[in-house]
Design a protein. Structure first.
Length: 53
């Protein structure tokens, strides 16, 4: 299963992500079902490399 650690308390499966919003280097993901997940600045570069800019 593909996915990313996006915050110290969150690991997210790639196919569960509907949208990513960025602000000031950090972000927020919306998952299937409407769950909102924080994306820390520490883990943001991995998502940007994966194309979630």
């Amino acid at each position: 299963m593909d996915g990313w650690r996006v915050h110290r308390s969150w690991w997210v499966a790639a196919d569960a992500v509907e949208d990513v919003r960025w602000r000031r280097g950090a972000g927020e993901m919306r998952l299937v079902g409407g769950v909102m997940v924080p994306v820390s600045r520490t883990h943001a570069p991995v998502l940007k490399e994966a194309g979630w800019v």
